[in-house]
Design a protein around this ligand. Structure first.
Ligand code: IPD
Ligand code: CA
Ligand code: CA
Length: 283
């Protein structure tokens, strides 16, 4: 288990968004592999949702369930069997922080664990693949709605086979935004409550649904006009960041710099809403 760790070791140069030196055949073969394993791990999570749940506490507000572990073990075994040389960075079991690795899988086996544990039906699995510091693909699966969002470095963004795009909203005052809060809400003054108040006044409404990966995909699909959050981890954001970018969104940190794997904060929206969000965050 890793929490409060720094990802400052990640390559901080702006390679993440460059197109990797992989052929279309290679990219598609990774995509088909992940599409298969994410659907299977979604099946495990769905089964776990309707059964008695084994829940334990990682820290004050943060939970982990047997479904998180089952999903992650399954994904690890599939990846290490198929690609034995690849490294995995995932939330519960593996903390590979090696930099400049040739091939890295970034996995959240269950994003929205507190929702899952409380029978609130909004959670997903998030998997990204990075080759030589270039983001190759991102895929997010909501196992209850059976919605699969994905994009690759060579494609547009899709939801269940249909192309998706960010909203065309022009004004923040007419936008619905989403965010989330870190688990260490109380002991840290950097808890996002100030932004929450500011955006409550500036927008048409805020949502805090509890899965950053799905929030990002909802921006990609135009269901939300924007999303911001701080103190997130690479596995919360990596897949969704690519999906929303390929759906036409801008994806940056709070300073407006392109989002990187070691960015712990993210702002994303179409370009009009994004610039209005940045000016509120920078206030
Ligand atoms: C959490 C969710 C939540 C966000 C938290 C994350 P987890 O991930 O994405 O929406 O607000 O900061 O940690 O713990 O459910 O995988
Ligand atoms: Ca997460
Ligand atoms: Ca998780």
């Amino acid at each position: 288990m890793i929490f409060n760790q720094s990802f400052s070791d990640f390559n901080n140069e702006n390679h993440l968004w460059e197109t990797p030196q992989l052929s279309e055949i290679e990219v598609n073969s990774y995509l088909h592999f992940v599409q298969r394993i994410i659907l299977e791990s979604g099946g495990l999570i769905r089964e776990g949702y309707y059964r008695h749940k084994e829940i334990s506490r990682k820290s004050g507000r943060e939970l982990v369930t047997s479904a998180d572990i089952a999903s992650e073990k399954f994904l690890h075994s599939q990846i290490s069997t198929t690609y034995p040389d690849h490294k995995i960075l995932s939330e519960e079991l593996s903390n590979s922080q090696a930099t400049d690795v040739e091939n890295l899988w970034v996995i959240d086996p269950l994003d929205g664990t507190n929702n899952f544990a409380h029978d609130f039906p909004f959670f997903a699995i998030s998997i990204a693949f990075v080759h030589r510091n270039n983001l190759v693909l991102g895929i997010v699966y909501d196992p209850l709605r059976e919605e699969i969002f994905w994009a690759t470095c060579l494609s547009d963004a899709y939801l269940n086979g249909e192309k998706i795009a960010v909203s065309s909203a022009k004004e923040l005052s007419e936008s619905i935004l989403a965010t989330g809060f870190p688990y260490d809400l109380a002991p840290d003054t950097e808890n996002n409550l100030d932004n929450f108040i500011d955006f409550s006044y500036a927008s048409q409404g805020l949502r805090r649904a509890g899965s950053a990966a799905l929030d990002l995909c909802y921006v990609a699909a135009g269901r939300l006009d924007g999303f911001w959050e701080l103190k997130l981890r690479p596995w919360d954001m990596a897949a969704g960041a690519l999906i929303v970018k390929k759906a036409g969104g801008i994806v940056t940190d709070f300073s407006g710099n392109p989002w990187q794997l070691n960015s712990d904060r993210i702002v994303t929206a179409n370009s009009d809403i994004h610039s209005q969000m940045l000016s509120i965050i920078g206030k």
